[in-house]
Design a protein around this ligand. Structure first.
Ligand code: SF4
Length: 240
């Protein structure tokens, strides 16, 4: 696996579990608000962590951390993911994949291989705007993402659906329509994540106006069905 980063300890990325986070390089999307542009556009700029380094680390941490979150970048792009997750599982860890949902067959295969316990999935926009926002060239991209969500729900995989919100892309009307799409897929909990004005793919975005925390909370409150808001420090600032 092309692992380009490691967070050794996290309490917030897998519900109820102490985890580490591995970051893969590369992604098949180009979301303008992506806060990992170096990983996505120029993964070679980050030192690659070898499998032996990672599994050495995981061996030593057994009993101290419970799970491994594989994030990115986009992990489902890698054919090596199957063997990688098998090896992590053999050490007794829970596994969560953070994915953009573009490769449902990969997610299904890893789950059928009993190497997937939880999914974090970014729902980017309404289906009709998916190609435009993500810059994906796949015409069925929204369908792929929705298939990933449906599979997770049908198979009772722990599912964390979230959206990084910026006013430029997510008007109140768009957010309302996204809530309706998620409702129709059977998603209840949906997290609106506050945009972090740091280094992002679209440099101009950080200087453009977006919602305050209070405005985001007001929007979430109006949408119901367990729509919640995560602030910049990573914790929930509104949980319906
Ligand atoms: S899918 Fe995630 S990692 Fe890929 S460009 Fe979008 S925000 Fe960045």
């Amino acid at each position: 696996m092309d692992i380009r980063g490691l967070t050794k300890f996290s309490l917030i990325d897998f519900p109820g579990k102490i985890t580490c986070i591995l970051y893969v390089g590369g992604c098949n999307f180009r979301c303008p608000y992506c806060h990992n542009p170096h990983l996505v556009i120029d993964p070679e700029s980050q030192p690659r962590l070898s499998d032996s380094f990672i599994f050495n680390f995981l061996e030593k941490r057994r009993g101290k951390i419970e799970g491994v979150v594989i994030s990115g970048g986009e992990p489902s792009m890698y054919s090596a993911l199957t063997g990688f997750t098998e090896r992590i599982k053999s050490l007794g860890y829970f596994i969560k994949l953070d994915t953009n949902g573009s490769n449902p067959e990969v997610i299904i295969s890893i789950h059928k291989n009993k190497c997937l316990d939880a999914l974090g999935l970014d729902y980017k926009s309404i289906a009709a705007d998916y190609m435009n926002l993500t810059k994906s060239c796949l015409e069925d991209i929204a369908d792929r993402v929705q298939r990933t969500i449906l599979y997770a729900i049908e198979n009772k995989i722990i599912l964390d659906v979230r959206t990084t919100v910026h006013k430029k892309f997510h008007s109140p009307e768009i957010l309302g329509r996204m809530r309706e799409e998620l409702n129709s897929l059977g998603v209840t909990a949906w997290t609106l994540q506050q945009f972090h004005a740091a280094e992002v793919i679209d440099d101009n975005l950080s200087s453009e106006p977006t919602y305050s925390d209070a405005e985001l909370i007001e929007l979430a409150r109006g949408m119901g069905n367990h729509t919640r808001v995560r602030g910049l420090k990573g914790s929930f600032i509104f949980d319906a």
